[in-house]
Design a protein around this ligand. Sequence first.
Ligand code: ZN
Length: 388
Amino acid sequence: MANRVTNRPAPVRSLLADGRELLYFFDAGSHLAQEPSPADTRELPPRPATPEMRYDALLDEWVSYATHRQSRTHLPPAAECPLCPSAPGRATEIPATGYDVAVFENRFPAFGPGAAEGQPAHDAGRSAPAAGRCEVISFSADHSASLSGLGRERVRSVIRAWTQRTAELSRVPGVEQVFIFENRGAEIGVTLHHPHGQIYAYPYITPRTQKQLESAARHREAAGGDLFADLLANETADGRRVLTRGRYWTAYVPFAARMPIEVHVVPHRTVPDLPSLTDAEREELSGVYLDLLRRIDALYPTPTPYIAAWYQAPLDHPARGGYRLHLQLTSPRRAEDKLKYLAGSEAAMGAFIGDIIPEQSAQRLRSVLPPFDPDSGLDGAGGQERGV
Ligand SMILES: [Zn+2]
């Protein structure tokens, strides 16, 4: 890691009954950091075999078949939630009776548990093990919490966990890209209500990232500039879609947003991934990100489903150094009781028809809460911190 975050307890590692890794991360000053980590008392079946992936030569993309996921836990009642802490007579995926943030290998992974041996050739009819790794990150021991309500210190711990996992998974042989994301809301296919996110270590560069790299290369050739820097400069100069501008980060609705709610959070310098951020950048991010989540939650009386997706540079690509880390938060919610579905044009052709003009969406997100001030000290969420 480029920067060591000081005065925070180090993560504690343990193993689950079937050999999967589990890590606990702690908030600053957490009493839980001093407690011993209990053993997993369950008897678990052996881990599933690494799924197969097949090459789609028509689209030049890989498709992973994780058929064992059909039997995974689907919206269990709170009393059977696998992410709640263990209690006497009820052992969950997390043996501890309390925790701040826990990360563990997914029992039903779409990639892994086998490690990849380099990228397989892109040939029609080619299949390969879907190697890599899938992890689950639980943001809280509280089943009914939401990341936006957990406070700034917890968001710091989550960012620290994301950073540590990215750094460690980036060193796994055959991993080409580390993807950190949160799906929230049953409307978009979440199978567990407990507040959590996921981490995928892919054995290839994802199609979206590949396309961004190609766009950046084309822009450099045509205009001689850095596409990521130029887009940020355009948004800043225009200003109508900017939600927050800090010292190190800007959050904005992009000029050509596809989804009814879409916000990009972009660092002010070219930085490939979370481990490459400075402590000051991570600190401001904890405030900017929390502010964004609170704006999303303030839009409607009921929780808005969203996907928060971290785009990080591929690990072994000549343009890695010019790629810029960024977050894309999207939601299909276009009104209190209406969702946007990807229909014929979007699903079949990838040709998006938007429902809401991006300037209007930005105006709405700006108006639901007072402006965020990145200079308002350590608990920089200002007055919004109170009452949470
Ligand atoms: Zn739970």
